[in-house]
Design a protein around this ligand. Structure first.
Ligand SMILES: Cc1ncc(COP(=O)(O)O)c(C=O)c1O
Length: 358
């Protein structure tokens, strides 16, 4: 056996969602319940014929679209093969062995994997009531902290932080600690994005977004971020050149320009999510208020969550178990077509009524 570097040998592979038996309806990956913009599909089809050439390494058309819609300087935008690529490169660029990356109890799990890939330590602040606490985060900052990683709105909690709290966190952090605000679900949150984007202007904060959720392009693998110049300069050294395929860049640019389609997806998702959550609350589940395209479902015990998972699977529905997040008593349901959500709600309400949630 040829040994890898010790920190790679010590890590487990990232656990992707179980896809279930063939024919299973997946509510496990926080994919969009709705398809991408027809304009994005048409643009992608037209771009296929150009596949003999490498893509634009500067994502010019895509950056121009993002910049126009959000009023941001194109030079401050970097694009990745999913925001996962940007997360991994940011952590490798700014944290290594001996350094700490600070997240929260239920922060996005891939951040912990990206820390292992970099040999950095991942430290977590408590998240009372499934909500990020700025004070708990600030209390965990140590001289070794290089990055604070915030997922807002949160995955898997679905809860959001008021913009003012994100600003308060930044104000409370030392200037040499990088704050990364991952807003993969930002389009589902009706807060004004401007105050969070403005933080990048300070030179110490990066804001990440993705086309995988509200733009319904998870399969195209496109994420983007707003970077201070120096942070972007260093991060870009670690991105693969030509990282986003030409078809994906073209689709994402068209999707960004079709804001009406994105807003319709966000509104229709909320219109399915809220009655689903309300039905579960009425049945007695303590569901945290979601500002995303999924709902976290806490059960009384891990055994109850497993029992409910078995019933849902038997009916062809696959939710995501949350043991990896230290929440074995929870399942997470991505919002899908109304008939699937109605079936899931029915099964879960009956499970509760029959006294199995204990
Ligand atoms: C909080 C959060 N950040 C980032 C990502 C990664 O998104 P992508 O790499 O598809 O852009 C996800 C995907 O589920 C997520 O939930």
């Amino acid at each position: 056996m040829i040994p890898p570097v010790p920190y790679v040998a010590a890590m487990a592979p990232y656990a992707l969602a179980d896809l279930g038996a063939p024919g299973t309806v997946s509510l496990a990956q926080n994919e969009s319940a709705f398809g991408p913009s027809p304009k994005a599909v048409a643009a992608g089809q037209a771009a296929l014929a150009g596949a003999a050439l490498y893509p634009d390494p500067d994502w010019s058309v895509l950056r121009a679209a993002i910049s126009e819609v959000h009023g941001l300087a194109p030079a401050r935008i970097l694009c990745g093969a999913g925001s996962m690529e940007l997360i991994g490169c940011l952590i490798r660029a700014f944290a290594g062995p001996g350094d700490e990356v600070l997240g929260t109890d239920y922060g996005y799990l891939f951040v912990a994997t990206a820390c292992l890939q970099a040999g950095a330590s991942y430290v977590k602040a408590v998240e009372p009531d499934f909500t990020v606490s700025v004070d708990a985060l600030l209390a965990e900052v140590s001289p070794r902290t290089r990055i604070v990683f915030l997922c807002a709105p949160g995955n898997p909690t679905g809860t959001r932080m008021p913009n003012a709290e994100i600003v308060r966190l930044r104000d409370g952090l030392p200037g040499d600690v990088l704050l990364v605000v991952d807003q993969a679900y930002g389009e589902f949150d009706d807060q004004d994005p401007a105050p969070v984007f403005a933080l990048a202007g300070r030179g110490d904060t990066v804001v990440l977004r993705t086309f995988s959720k509200a733009y319904a392009l998870a399969g195209a693998r496109v994420g983007w971020g707003l970077f201070p110049e120096a942070i972007g300069h260093e991060t870009r050294k670690l991105l693969n050149p030509n990282n986003v395929s030409a078809v994906s860049q073209t689709m994402a640019a068209a999707a960004m320009r079709d804001q009406a389609h994105m807003r319709a997806i966000a509104a229709q998702t909320a219109a399915i999510r809220d009655p689903f959550a309300a039905r579960l609350v009425a049945a007695g589940y303590p569901i945290p208020a979601s500002h995303t395209n999924f709902v976290l479902i806490p059960f009384a015990s891990a055994e109850a969550a497993n029992g409910a998972d078995r019933r849902l699977r038997a009916s062809g529905l696959l939710l995501r178990g949350m043991a990896g997040y230290g929440l074995p008593q929870c399942l997470r349901a991505t919002i899908a077509a109304p008939e699937h959500m109605a079936r899931a709600a029915e099964i879960l309400a009956t499970f509760k009524e029959d006294g199995h949630d204990r």
